[in-house]
Design a protein around this ligand. Sequence first.
Ligand SMILES: *[C@@H]1O[C@H](CO)[C@@H](O)[C@H](O)[C@H]1NC(C)=O
Ligand SMILES: *[C@@H]1O[C@H](CO)[C@@H](O)[C@H](O)[C@H]1NC(C)=O
Ligand SMILES: *[C@@H]1O[C@H](CO)[C@@H](O)[C@H](O)[C@H]1NC(C)=O
Ligand SMILES: *[C@@H]1O[C@H](CO)[C@@H](O)[C@H](O)[C@H]1NC(C)=O
Length: 302
Amino acid sequence: YNSDSSSLLVVVAVTSVFLCVNSEVSAVNVTSLTQVVRGTVGKEALLSVSYSSSSSDKPVIKWLLKKNKEKPITVVQSIGTDIIGNLRPEYRNRILVLENGSLLLHDLKLSDEGAYEVEISITDDSFTGEHYIELTVDVPVSKPYIQMMASSVLEYSEHFNLHCSHENGTKPIYSWLKGGKVLTNDSRLLLSYDQKVLTISRVLMSDDDIYTCAVENPISSLKSMPVRLTVYRRSSLYIILSTGGIFLLITLVTVCACWKPSKLQNVSKINILCLSVDVVPKPATLGRRSPMPLYVLNEDVS
Ligand SMILES: *[C@@H]1O[C@H](CO)[C@@H](O)[C@H](O)[C@H]1NC(C)=O
Ligand SMILES: *[C@@H]1O[C@H](CO)[C@@H](O)[C@H](O)[C@H]1NC(C)=O
Ligand SMILES: *[C@@H]1O[C@H](CO)[C@@H](O)[C@H](O)[C@H]1NC(C)=O
Ligand SMILES: *[C@@H]1O[C@H](CO)[C@@H](O)[C@H](O)[C@H]1NC(C)=O
């Protein structure tokens, strides 16, 4: 070996390594930091990508939208940032392709939701770069509210329901909190399949608590105003009767006794009146509320 032939070998080796490397990178490399973009109706969404290529030519960029199981539709096609051809009517004036290949959608519609695919190709490169981004489009949720049969209930009552409702907001997911703790489906505190309805199958004193419902979707979450459920002990009825209530009872019995002889037809009515004493709570225990039958306090708790 002389020095000339060894330097020739080195040149050959370097050249072949260079060719190998060059053939490996002759593809457009599309990268993105996001897999999912959560958009809001009426706002904008940036499906952000960037690409790298060994070529400095302008890329051909194509964005496709695939909605569940349907044939993909071409959203836009461009050379660099210049859109080719006519846009579909639903995309006119609200689509931009950026320098790095990203797609900017203005004035989002619910129908924009789906899986987007970008294909970026450059004439010199043998392979097209691809990337997928999922776009969700939602209406933010409005504040939910709780409706219940009554704001107080007697211990051991069955099937007491609390309903959670909300006006606006797509894909709502409901949940419930009792005294600030998240409720899970349980044999006594049952959550309906969609978790909108909480049913207390058999009311216990431990259910006397503050309840809140929450609703969330991919872009927002809100809690209802807390509502208080008061549970009255069965035995407290007798306590009420034996203390303050006894006076009321005596008064009513007296009234009944006085009325009875005057009109016979009134007997049944009077009996009802007398019976209702059983369920008139002591005013002090109800605070501001006016005395009403315990089980049905017809308050609108919305
Ligand atoms: C594409 O880019 C990513 C991130 O910069 C890099 O990890 C990957 O190796 C590149 N792929 C090719 C084929 O150049
Ligand atoms: C692409 O360009 C836009 C606008 O300049 C920028 O906001 C975005 O972050 C870029 N995307 C990536 C993946 O770099
Ligand atoms: C629900 O949406 C309608 C129409 O956009 C609006 O008028 C109404 O105020 C919204 N309700 C709530 C509770 O935000
Ligand atoms: C809770 O359990 C009941 C009965 O087992 C069931 O019908 C209901 O769908 C469950 N709710 C949830 C949210 O899983």
